[in-house]
Design a protein around this ligand. Structure first.
Ligand code: ADP
Length: 307
């Protein structure tokens, strides 16, 4: 009798336990995995045009919660980089349109009726200036695009800093003379750095070009360097109008120009300092600007060095 009762109990209890365990397991697994389902849903809805979607973060700090947070962070980074790219394309198109509109306007006016040779020459000169501007801009855009894609090989050879500075100053001397600006080199210690000579020269030329461009006639540009521990600080300072504190944090952004430059006829496209920053960082260094409105600007490039 006892055995029979036991058999009946086992016959009922076993399947019942199995059903309860399976149901409970399925319920718990469903609850645990439902955030993953939400994650999948959001991932499916996300397209490049709609990167604002996020998973609501009312989740405990367990594996799934951490996965959801990591996913949200990744989408935020993608969102940021896509909007930067969109902004970049919009700015680039705008910048290229400006000289094209100028060319179109001038040639159309010139072609409206017959003119003397001098007038045609003048138009051609203006067109030439605008084309030069576009060539410079496309060159800068290409450099930045290749830099972003990691396609610019960076040589690492011992470079004497004094040589680079002297070369750059020499190359800019004509532009400086045209504005009666004096460039003074304050020689620092004999320092060498492992660098790509061409890129470093380009960085110095960018800084000197800006210093000359934005400093009024009869101004002074100083170039010098000093060794700090295992690094070297190269500085380029000018007696120009300076950069206001509201602009200073943004001057290294692509296409950013402070107002003073916008009103200047020879202001560039706002790409020179972005390229300069990339060059400094590609060498394991950094670049910063110090300035106050009306009291000149100093750019300091910090580079690893060896004596
Ligand atoms: P741009 O081609 O316009 O010179 P940059 O990227 O070289 O572009 O510089 C960005 C902006 O920073 C300039 O438009 C200008 O407003 C400001 N700037 C750079 N260098 C100087 C300087 N030495 N003095 C004053 N403003 C400067």
């Amino acid at each position: 009798d006892t055995l029979r009762i036991l058999l009946i109990i086992i016959a009922i209890a076993y399947p019942l336990t199995l059903v309860v365990a399976t149901g409970g397991g399925a319920f718990l697994a469903g609850r645990a995995l439902s955030p993953i389902d939400r994650l999948t849903g959001v991932a499916r809805r996300i397209t490049a045009e709609d990167l604002h979607q996020r998973i609501d973060l009312d989740l405990p700090n367990d594996e799934v919660g951490r996965l959801a947070r990591t996913f949200n962070d990744m989408i935020a980074r993608l969102d940021d980089s896509f909007s930067k790219q969109r902004q970049f394309t919009a700015d680039a198109s705008h910048e290229l349109r400006t000289p094209l509109t100028a060319i179109k306007g001038q040639t159309e006016v010139a072609l409206q009726r017959d003119r003397d040779v001098e007038s045609y020459k003048q138009v051609l000169q203006n067109v030439n200036t605008q084309v030069d501007r576009m060539i410079r801009m496309s060159g800068s855009l290409l450099t930045l695009a290749r830099a972003d894609a990691g396609q610019i090989p960076i040589a690492s050879e011992p470079v004497n800093l004094a040589t680079i500075v002297t070369d750059a100053v020499e190359q800019m001397s004509i532009a400086a003379e045209a504005k009666s600006i004096e460039i003074k080199i304050a020689p620092g210690p004999s320092v060498r750095t492992f660098a790509d000579e061409d890129l470093l020269l380009q960085l110095m030329l960018n800084l000197l070009d800006n210093a000359i461009k934005y400093t009024p006639q009869y101004g002074l540009v100083r170039v010098g360097w000093s060794a700090v521990g295992g690094a070297v600080d190269v500085s380029v300072s000018d007696t120009g109008p300076g950069i206001g504190p509201e602009h200073l944090p943004r001057i290294f952004d692509r296409f950013y120009r402070a107002d003073t430059a916008r009103s200047s006829p020879n202001g560039g496209a706002g790409l020179g300092l972005s390229i300069s920053r990339w060059i400094a960082e590609a060498h394991g260094g950094s670049i910063k600007a110090q300035s106050a409105n009306g009291s000149g600007t100093t750019f300091v490039v910090h580079l690893p060095a060896f004596k």
